[in-house]
Ligand binder design. Structure first.
Ligand code: ATP
Ligand code: MG
Length: 388
């Protein structure tokens, strides 16, 4: 039986009490993300996946959080001869040196690990051109002897790490069409948080392309989750009111305070425990420490800013790796970019925000937005390709 993938769990092995919940959630996530005909056998330390197309399944598994490594492995009977012939078959002939590592989980097997490695190594040396190098081998041939069979493999693919999505409950991600917020979403998913997205749009000042771009970004994030939804907030009236009634230099600060208020209220409505955004310290006027503190003042909910301390280049590197960068740099306007004042305040004062907001019917405006949120779900990444 060759169509077997072995999965080594990530950080979850340190969480003893919740282990079963972690593993069950991981299994569900694998089924949802891989979405192929697969059979899963799991125990406390490993998971085995039996499937037809191991390579394509392994590729999809690279996007599942909670997996430390993915190993395409080969199951043989518990005897030296079978292990030997399978080893020769799978060892890459372009490589020169090897080392055998044996792990005898089944202690009733008669040959101890060290001795097994020595014997197998000697047989390979005699029957091939490979040389042994115990310090820096090209191939690490791993043999795991278990009660139900022996597993042989040579390469371990690095998994996505993190925790299985969902074990930490839900967070509401403020998702714009920029580079930062999708990266913030990815990093949050990686910690096991189920992410739902909130997008503020201001038609006709923002276009349908701008919205589709955000939906496309969400669909890319969805490849790491399978549960992502986008909640679209009609934000036009609020922006126009702020534009009419508040001083220019405080427009962005007040707009973001309104976003946070809506975010908090809506998060509570959908059962999200935190808000998440792509703010990065010092990046723009609204992200100085005084701005962040003024804006954050409207909420008691934890606001997680996964990229707060990363440089733009570091954020871009992650965006490229996770596949959001190309979409993020498409040139569509965001509601933050259309009503931009010439000189946004860098050190806003809380008492001024409060004073200016007296001109706005804050509660009415917020409730109206929340009542009219449109929910978009069940999308696939390529659905948006011809819309952009
Ligand atoms: P960029 O990558 O160009 O910086 P950005 O998305 O980070 O884009 P910012 O103006 O820096 O844009 O906004 C800071 C954060 O506020 C964003 O990361 C995002 O979390 C949130 N945000 C901004 N605009 C919107 C929007 N229209 N809808 C939802 N969230 C938004
Ligand atoms: Mg930004």
């Amino acid at each position: 039986m060759d169509n077997l993938i072995l999965i080594k769990y990530g950080e979850l092995t340190t969480k003893k009490d919740n282990r079963k919940f972690f593993i069950d959630t991981l299994e569900k996530n694998i089924r949802r993300i891989v979405n192929d005909d697969i059979r899963i056998i799991k125990d406390r330390v490993r998971m085995y996946i039996i499937c037809d197309d191991v390579k394509s399944v392994a590729l999809k598994l690279k996007k599942v959080f909670g997996i430390y490594s993915i190993v395409i492995c080969h199951k043989v009977n518990n005897n030296l001869e079978d292990v030997f012939s399978k080893s020769l078959e799978i060892m890459d002939k372009n490589k020169k040196t090897f080392k055998v590592v044996t792990n005898r989980a089944d202690k009733s097997f008669e040959i101890p690990s060290m001795e097994f490695s020595r014997k197998l190594g000697a047989m390979i040396l005699k029957n091939s051109n490979f040389k042994v190098d115990v310090h820096n081998p090209d191939i690490i041939l791993t043999v795991e002897i278990r009660k139900n069979g022996t597993f042989v493999y040579t390469n371990e693919i690095k998994g996505a790490g993190g925790y299985p999505v969902g074990i930490q409950g839900t967070g509401l991600l403020m998702l714009s069409g920029g580079i930062d917020s999708p990266v913030a979403g990815y990093l949050t998913l990686k910690r096991g948080v189920n992410v739902e997205c909130l997008y503020f749009e201001s038609p006709p000042h923002t276009s349908i392309e701008a919205k589709n771009k955000v939906l496309k970004l969400a669909s890319i994030l969805n490849e790491y989750s399978g549960h992502v939804k986008v909640h679209v907030v009609p934000f036009t009236e609020i922006q126009e009111e702020i534009f009419k009634k508040c001083p220019d230099n405080y427009m962005i600060t007040i707009m973001r305070r309104m976003m946070y208020r809506i975010g908090e209220k809506y998060a509570e409505k959908i059962g999200a425990k935190i808000m998440v955004n792509g703010e990065s310290i010092g990046q723009v006027a609204s992200q100085t420490l005084s701005s962040m503190s003024c804006i954050n003042n409207v909420t008691n909910m934890p606001v997680i800013r996964p990229v707060a301390c990363l440089d733009k280049l570091e954020i871009i590197n992650i965006a490229e790796r996770i596949g959001t960068y190309e979409t993020s740099i498409l040139p569509f306007e965001d509601c933050c970019t259309i009503f931009v004042p010439k000189h946004p305040v860098i050190n806003p004062k809380l008492n001024k925000c409060i004073e200016y907001e007296k001109e706005l019917e804050v509660d009415r405006l917020i409730n109206k937005c929340i009542d009219n949120i449109e929910v978009v779900s069940n999308f696939k990444a390529d659905n948006f390709d011809d819309l952009l």
